[in-house]
Design a protein around this ligand. Structure first.
Ligand SMILES: *[C@@H]1O[C@H](CO)[C@@H](O)[C@H](O)[C@H]1NC(C)=O
Ligand SMILES: *[C@@H]1O[C@H](CO)[C@@H](O)[C@H](O)[C@H]1NC(C)=O
Ligand SMILES: *[C@@H]1O[C@H](CO)[C@@H](O)[C@H](O)[C@H]1NC(C)=O
Ligand SMILES: *[C@@H]1O[C@H](CO)[C@@H](O)[C@H](O)[C@H]1NC(C)=O
Length: 358
């Protein structure tokens, strides 16, 4: 049933995108997502409860049932993803220079493109891994805000309400502006992060220690083992499970040590996450997050795409969400502990990143 719902949302989004490029007024663009946003932002609820949650499939290899990880808000992550995909694919199918593309091939390419070689660095532009980048590039936040305001006005008119006076309109715009900032933070600034339950994490052993936010440091690691970058969700999540098993069973830790892990499949993976203290950088685990790239980066670099996710998106998400201070310091593991980590090649690369510090 959920699949049907997702498809419906996707198709509604596509319809909105389609209409926009075929002579009907531009304002119809993103109508569905805009309408959902308007309905959500109409509610007087705290910002942290407005969007989400994400959720998990019952199986990694043969998913059938999707369960939300918390009670639903008015606009769950699955709905937002469907709305974004619908808008992007709708723009594509209505593009006159793309007349001959079959919808089935477009969908297969979009959702099932097999990464090879340099992974995302060589992948086509229009694939689901790039959903957020494409949405941000093609749908300006100001445009989405405007559509949301218009959608709310339209709903009121249709409901037979009187037109809003300037003061009411001003209040509504203020509310939408504020909610839109939260939306942009969650769905445009923050990178796509696969939650623990999606990669099949075992529970934390015992009780996690909460971090006291915001933190001042971000420590960069490589996993070394596994030594190869992972290019598929199946491979990256298997790597996550084997690292967690190793850390819990061989090392005797409570959980996988890293806060986040970067795959080369277009995603970051949640380790201990934003709130729990990790076990990654001896003596400094309360002061910083530990982020590791899957692979051995002694003599080669992760993909540009994977590095961009950490260097730009994860950091702006962390600062914007109040998890890292604005002037945080980024360091390689080897600057704090006697180790070769994060590998010579990657270490030399990060010395040129913003926030790198000794
Ligand atoms: C929104 O809710 C808060 C408390 O939850 C309340 O103080 C405020 O007056 C409400 N605002 C509106 C416009 O209803
Ligand atoms: C249509 O596709 C062409 C070729 O890929 C691209 O250059 C153009 O920007 C697209 N137009 C729209 C409206 O998306
Ligand atoms: C840690 O944070 C969680 C939720 O963020 C909270 O429920 C829990 O009580 C906190 N634990 C401690 C020891 O402060
Ligand atoms: C970071 O900024 C805060 C105030 O915004 C300042 O007190 C602190 O000294 C700065 N830290 C560094 C390492 O520059």
């Amino acid at each position: 049933q959920l699949k049907v719902i997702l498809w419906l949302i996707l198709l509604m989004g596509m319809e909105a995108g389609f209409l926009s490029n075929t002579g009907t007024p531009k304002e119809l663009l993103h109508l569905t997502l805009g309408r959902n946003l308007a309905l959500t932002l109409e509610q007087n609820i705290s910002a942290s409860n407005r969007f989400g949650p994400d959720g998990c499939w019952d199986s990694i290899t043969t998913p059938q049932v999707f369960t939300l990880s918390d009670p639903p808000s008015m606009l769950t992550t699955a709905q937002v993803n469907g709305g974004m995909d619908g808008t992007l694919l709708g723009m594509e199918v209505s593009n006159k220079s793309r007349k001959n593309v079959k919808l089935s091939s477009l969908l297969t390419e979009y959702y099932c493109h097999q990464l090879k070689g340099k992974g995302m660095d060589e992948a086509p532009l229009l694939i689901s891994q790039r959903r957020k980048d494409n949405f941000r590039r093609l749908v300006l936040p100001s445009r989405l805000s405007r559509t949301t305001v218009e959608s709310e006005e339209l709903q009121r008119r249709l409901a037979g309400g009187s037109t809003m006076d300037e003061m009411e309109k001003g209040q509504m715009m203020g509310r939408i502006e504020e909610g839109m900032n939260e939306f942009i933070h969650m769905y445009m600034d923050c990178p796509p992060i696969i939650p623990r339950c999606q990669w099949g994490a075992k529970p934390y052993k015992g009780t996690p220690t909460n971090l006291s936010l915001p933190l001042n440091f971000l420590y960069i690691h490589h996993t070394y083992i596994p030594g190869q970058p992972c290019l598929t969700f199946e491979q990256c999540s298997a790597n996550m499970r084997s690292m967690q098993r190793f850390h819990q069973e061989e090392r005797g830790w409570d959980d996988i040590g890293y806060s986040f892990v970067a795959g080369s499949d277009g995603f970051l993976y949640e380790g201990r996450g934003w709130l729990w203290r990790g076990a990654h950088t001896l003596g400094q685990n309360s002061r910083g997050y530990g982020v590791s790239f899957i692979g051995d980066y002694t003599s080669q670099l992760p993909s540009q795409h994977a590095m961009g996710l950490v260097r730009h998106q994860l950091t702006s998400c962390a600062v914007g969400g109040g998890r890292l201070v604005g002037n945080f310091t980024l360091q390689g593991h080897r600057q704090v502990v006697a180790t070769a980590c994060p590998g010579n090649a990657l270490y030399s690369e990060i010395t040129g990143w913003e926030h790198f510090g000794v």
